[in-house]
Structure formats: C-alpha cells, structure tokens
Design a protein around this ligand. Structure first.
Ligand SMILES: NC(=O)c1ccc[n+]([C@@H]2O[C@H](COP(=O)([O-])OP(=O)(O)OC[C@H]3O[C@@H](n4cnc5c(N)ncnc54)[C@H](OP(=O)(O)O)[C@@H]3O)[C@@H](O)[C@H]2O)c1
Length: 360
C-alpha cells in the first residue's frame, strides 16, 4: 500500500516531536514535511530542534535532514502532503485561522490544539468513544467550501484519565462526577531540566484546565443535530486540576454517582469488555485492550503504568463504594501519547479507514 504523505505543523515542538517519533515506520503514514515558526524555517530538522529533543528514543534518521518549512507558507506546505497534524503554538485566533486555511487548500487537518474544540461543525473525537461525530465533516466542508479539506480535533489530555471509564458505564447513567487530576509536567511542554520549580513541588493551578476538564466530556457525549454537535446536558462534572512532579502521565481521582447504581461486578464487566471501533477495525495504533483494571491497591502508578499498550491504553484501579457518592476510583493515561499525539494518530487512522482521508 502506498503510504499517505504527512506534514506536521509545529513539528519541532514537544508534541510535534512525539508525532515524529510515533510516525517512524508507521504502516500507513510517512512524514514528508515538517513546518514550524520562521525561526526554524530553512534549517534541517536536526538543526532546528537542536538540544530541544525531548523524546526518550533518538530522533528518527528519516527526518533529520528534512528542511523545515514555515507554517505560514500554507500553499507550499499543502502542495506536498495528503494531510497534516497540527501542534503549533500560536494564539487561539491565529491557530483557528491557519487550520481553516489549510483545510481550504483541500488538506485535512488533525489537530492537537484547543482552538477549534468548540466550533460546532468540527468533530472532537476520542476514536473509541464518539467516532459517529465524524458525520459533521460534510457540513463543515460545505461551510469551508472544500471538497476534501476539513478539521478534526482531539480533546484535552486531562479527560482521557476518566472520561473513557465513565463512557463504558453510560448504561448506568453517570449523574454527578467529581474528579481531581494530578497532571504531569510534560503537559506544559516541559521536563524537570527546564522546570526546576516542579522538583519537590505541587502547583494547584493549571490555566483553563478545569473548565476544559468539566466541559469537554459533555461535547464528546453530545449528539449530531443538523450538521452540528450539540453537547450533552449531563452528568454534572466538577474538577480540580493540579500540577505534580511527574514527567509523564495524568492521574485522576474520581467520585461518581449514577441514575441506576451498578454493582461492582457490573462495573468491572463493563470496563473489561469495553471495545471501540479502533479495536474492531484493528487500527495500527489501537490498544488491544483499551481499559485495564488493576486489582492491586497501589496501582495504577504513573511510572509503572503510563506506557500500558504503548501509552494508548487507560489504566484504572481502587474501585470501591463511597459514603457520599456511589463509587470512587483512580484512572491514569499517558498525556502526550493517548492524550496528545497518539490520540491524534489513532484519529487519523480511523479517518483513513473510513475514507475521509485519501491520497490527493
Ligand atoms: N504538551 C502537551 O502535552 C500538550 C497537550 C495537548 C495540547 N498541547 C498544545 O499543543 C500545542 C503545542 O504544544 P507543545 O508543548 O508542543 O509546544 P512547543 O514545544 O512550544 O512547540 C510549539 C511549536 O509551534 C511552533 N511555533 C511557535 N510559535 C510559532 C509561530 N509564531 N508561528 C509558527 N509556528 C510557531 C514552534 O516552532 P519553533 O520550534 O520554530 O519555535 C514549535 O514547532 C500548544 O498549542 C499546546 O497548547 C500540548
């Protein structure tokens, strides 16, 4: 099979590097273009990244000598690719405009950015949870006046540590959710060397994160109506998001009450048996088992469990009945793999499998 040609907007940054690493030897996609700010444009990828390479594995040989392009040269960048992943760091308005401009050249954009997460005809997708939202792409294409280009986004990294667990329990009607997230420093694009303040520290504030964590699951559980996503009315979700001294992996401590309280056995069964379209279609980046429950009292742990299913699975533990709510449990997901670039790659695989992304 001829591979699809991929461009990465913001490919020199932390999320961009994760895309580059995940796409090395990908069976369907090949990175042919990397674009970044004018500061990097014209340099080889290796030179543009310099000492900023933050991945645990070395930079793939295949990208080292690519000449970095300027993200703002939309026509030139689009000309050589079948679709792009977006991970640029610009203002929200700039990102909105530039992603639409790419889509209008007939180039599908799979974005890691938050700019379009609430644009009514842009699907925000976790492939196992709401692939049916791709249906609004047709309306979006009409609005943008394109027959091939569109934007699809993935949600914030924090919600993957609890929303899939709740989704698997939808038949019991989750009614009230209280979640505290313990979020890794890579979520801010940092490691300990460039954020020494985080060593031996906890910071009880992450700008904008609580609103995203409370609202985005409702959009994921929303309905398609007249070419738009209408968000779900419930459950009521309240969160606190806290930065903790962990390199990778967001943990969530969750309390939940249901319309119809399930037994512990029913919850375990729903989690263990939960499958989505990526598992049914056996997509290249799909975890075989999306949700894994640990019986051990001291799991999941960020360091031990974030790489479960290559960072694409969700791990849960500590399910017990609660005195105030029905149940409480703990969830964990890899924030830069499942929560960022990996989630976007899986989304692109599903878009390709369903014929939304094709060769130009
Ligand atoms: N880190 C995470 O876990 C995470 C998770 C979800 C979402 N996000 C979002 O993803 C985006 C990227 O995050 P990151 O952590 O990878 O950021 P980053 O490491 O700072 O990288 C930013 C990228 O954007 C490029 N860029 C910056 N200013 C630009 C400009 N004015 N014009 C064109 N390109 C520009 C940079 O190019 P140069 O190298 O040339 O400067 C670089 O490629 C952000 O919007 C962030 O909010 C991050």
């Amino acid at each position: 099979m001829e591979k699809l040609r991929v461009g990465i907007l913001g490919g020199t940054g932390m999320v961009g590097q994760r895309f580059v690493s995940l796409l090395d030897n990908h069976p369907w996609f090949e990175v042919v273009t990397i674009a970044a700010s004018p500061r990097s444009a014209g340099k080889t990828y290796e030179k543009a990244v310099g000492d900023r390479w933050k991945m645990a594995t070395p930079m793939p040989e295949s990208v080292k000598n690519l000449i970095v392009m300027n993200v703002n040269d939309i026509v030139e960048v689009s000309a050589g690719v079948d679709f792009v992943f977006s991970a640029v760091d610009m203002t929200k308005d700039e990102i909105k405009a530039i992603e639409e401009a790419y889509a209008k050249t007939g180039t599908p954009v799979v974005s890691n950015n938050s700019a379009h997460r609430w644009t009514p005809d842009v699907p925000m997708v976790v492939p196992e949870l709401n692939p049916e939202h791709f249906e609004v792409i047709e309306a979006q294409k009409k609005r943008l006046g394109t027959d091939r280009g569109f934007i699809v986004v993935k949600p914030n990294c924090s919600i993957q540590s609890y929303a899939p667990a709740l989704h698997a329990l939808k038949e019991f009607g989750p009614k009230v959710v209280v979640a505290t997230t313990y979020q890794a420093i890579s979520g801010a694009g940092k490691n300990f060397a460039d954020w020494p303040e985080m060593v031996d520290n906890v910071i009880p504030f992450i700008g904008g994160e609580e609103e995203k964590s409370e609202q985005e699951p409702l959009r994921i559980w929303g309905k398609v109506e007249d070419g738009k996503i209408v968000k779900a009315e419930g459950p009521v979700i309240t969160t606190q998001c806290i930065r903790v001294p962990v390199s990778d992996g967001h943990t969530a401590a969750v309390f939940v009450s249901f319309e119809k309280k399930p037994s512990k056995e029913e919850i375990m069964k729903a989690w263990n048996e939960f499958k989505g379209l990526p598992q049914e279609l056996d997509l290249p980046s799909a975890p075989k088992q999306f949700i894994k429950y640990f019986e051990e009292d001291n799991r999941p742990q960020a360091k031990l469990d974030r790489d479960y299913e290559s960072g694409m699975g969700i791990t849960l533990g500590r399910l017990r009945e609660d005195k105030v709510y029905d149940y409480k449990f703990v969830g964990l997901s890899h924030n830069t793999v499942r929560g960022a670039a990996g989630g976007a790659v899986l989304t692109a695989e599903l878009l390709k499998a369903q014929g939304y992304i094709t060769k130009k």
